[in-house]
Design a protein around this ligand. Structure first.
Ligand SMILES: NC(=O)C1=CN([C@@H]2O[C@H](COP(=O)(O)OP(=O)(O)OC[C@H]3O[C@@H](n4cnc5c(N)ncnc54)[C@H](OP(=O)(O)O)[C@@H]3O)[C@@H](O)[C@H]2O)C=CC1
Ligand SMILES: O=C(O)CCC(=O)C(=O)O
Ligand SMILES: [Mg+2]
Length: 417
């Protein structure tokens, strides 16, 4: 049926109901992309740890059938030199509904466009969900890392990240420059002859669907606030539009009312009766606020590029990108992945922290409703860190730690279950 993908004989597909709830069989097939760089190290460890947690939680009644699918460098060896993202990979990601991926390399400057972004765009995975929480004992550069407890909702389909760009000197750049100068009367391009150009689309629909998810998350998870992070003072009609449309949605769909004339607003959580405040922060100020007053922020809704920067900055606050998980979500399809990239200098060395991908898989188990296995992962992560048997990233900052390898940390996690 597929050219290179081998469907496991013993598993069934997860399916989606009309209300977007999932039917998860006891033996679901989960497609995974190993990933470039350190993907080769972390993906097998993630699978081993998740299998152990599922076996322990359900005593053999439930089991994941993993199905390897291809993207990135491995795809070019399996499918041929120029095939970075095979059509059948996209088809499987849609058909099998829930998947997980390792990181994929994107060259800087030239070369192929990001496959990570292409996957999100082609599957319309418009939410990039990145929870940021502190695990006791993790070395952190801040004094009170436990005060950082945020969940980032990053818009995943628009913004400058959409990749509409024209290289300096290209026909496209010349055409667009001509149009801007001659037809739009633009006079502000300082060096028109030597500029590359990029376009930043931000829409009402794109904003509303992202912000709706962020506010609903605050309602479902008893969170005190949603902060819209933007640079709307400077980019008024894109970032500023995002802020205005976000506030408007909070009022229109959640019944939020202005506080002291606005723009902040609040509504009562229908599930708890508590207030949820919807507020905003300009992105540069936000980046210093999260360091100085992290406890004042909870759910964050932001655009694609801001969300990228904020994800890594917040990850650092709770001990680094070695334990920063994430998910890319549409209404039906979910693809889980770590926040970090391929860390090429460590590739194949069995060295890096597999924690981000393991915690991404923990989010996946929770998404599937396999809560007992997900809880086991969290408690094992806590105990493993407390045991101080950790990978280099924590060991180098932790007093009295024993440094273990990437696979070694997986084994520690399995021992701690
Ligand atoms: N979603 C995706 O697939 C993503 C892909 N990328 C791509 O990855 C490539 C490399 O990007 P780069 O900017 O170097 O960012 P990376 O996130 O790959 O690495 C930056 C640094 O983060 C730390 N780090 C990364 N992974 C781990 C881990 N598992 N455990 C512990 N520490 C870790 C290392 O820090 P230290 O040096 O201190 O040890 C590393 O040098 C690029 O091509 C980029 O486009 C980037 C982000 C996301
Ligand atoms: O696609 C890439 O290579 C980088 C993407 C990224 O940094 C992210 O999504 O956090
Ligand atoms: Mg990033």
């Amino acid at each position: 049926m597929y050219q290179h993908i081998k469907v496991p004989a013993d598993g069934q597909k997860i399916s989606v109901n009309a209300d977007f709830s999932l039917n998860v069989p006891d033996n679901p097939v989960i497609p995974y992309i190993e990933g470039d760089g350190t993907g080769v190290d972390i993906s097998p460890v993630m699978i081993k740890v998740i299998d152990a947690a599922v076996a322990k939680a359900y005593g053999g009644k439930r089991k994941i059938s993993w199905m390897e699918i291809y993207a990135g460098e491995k795809s070019t060896t399996v499918y041929g030199p120029d095939v970075w993202l095979p059509e059948e990979t996209l088809q499987v990601l849609k058909d099998y509904v829930v998947s997980i991926k390792g990181p994929l390399t994107t060259p800087v400057g030239g070369g192929i466009r990001s496959l990570n972004v292409a996957l999100r765009q082609q599957l319309d995975l418009y939410v990039c969900l990145r929870p940021v929480r502190y695990f006791t004992g993790v070395p952190s550069p801040v004094r009170e890392p436990e005060k950082t407890d945020m969940v980032i909702f990053r818009e995943n389909s628009e913004d400058i990240y959409a990749g509409i760009e024209y290289q300096q000197g290209s026909e496209g750049a010349k055409k667009l420059m001509d149009f801007l100068i001659k037809e739009m009367g633009v006079t502000k391009i300082r060096f028109p002859e030597t500029s590359g150009l990029g376009i930043k689309p931000v829409s009402i629909e794109g904003t509303e669907r992202l912000v709706r998810k962020a506010i609903q998350y605050a309602v479902d998870n008893d969170k005190p606030s949603v902060t819209i992070v933007h640079k709307g003072n400077i980019m008024k009609y894109t970032e500023g539009g995002f802020r205005d449309w976000a506030y408007a949605l909070a009022q229109k769909e959640f019944g939020a009312e202005l506080i002291d004339g606005g723009p902040w607003c609040k509504f009562k959580n229908p599930k708890t009766g508590k207030d949820i405040i919807v507020k905003d922060s300009i992105a540069d100020a936000f980046l210093q606020q999260i360091l100085l007053r992290p406890a004042e922020y909870s759910v964050i809704a932001t655009l694609n590029l801001n969300g990228d920067y904020i994800s890594d900055a917040l990850a650092a606050q709770v001990g680094g990108i070695g334990i920063a998980p994430g998910a890319n979500l549409s209404d039906s399809v979910a693809m889980f992945e770590a926040t970090h990239g391929t860390a090429p200098k460590y590739a194949g060395k069995d060295y890096v922290n597999p924690g981000s991908l393991i915690l991404s898989a923990e989010m996946m188990l929770r998404h599937m409703g396999w809560l007992e296995a997900a809880d086991l992962i969290i408690s094992s992560m806590q105990k493993s860190i407390a045991s101080k048997k950790v990978t280099y990233d924590f060991a180098r900052l932790m007093e009295g730690a024993t440094q273990v390898s990437c696979s070694g940390f997986g084994d520690v996690m399995i021992e701690q279950m």
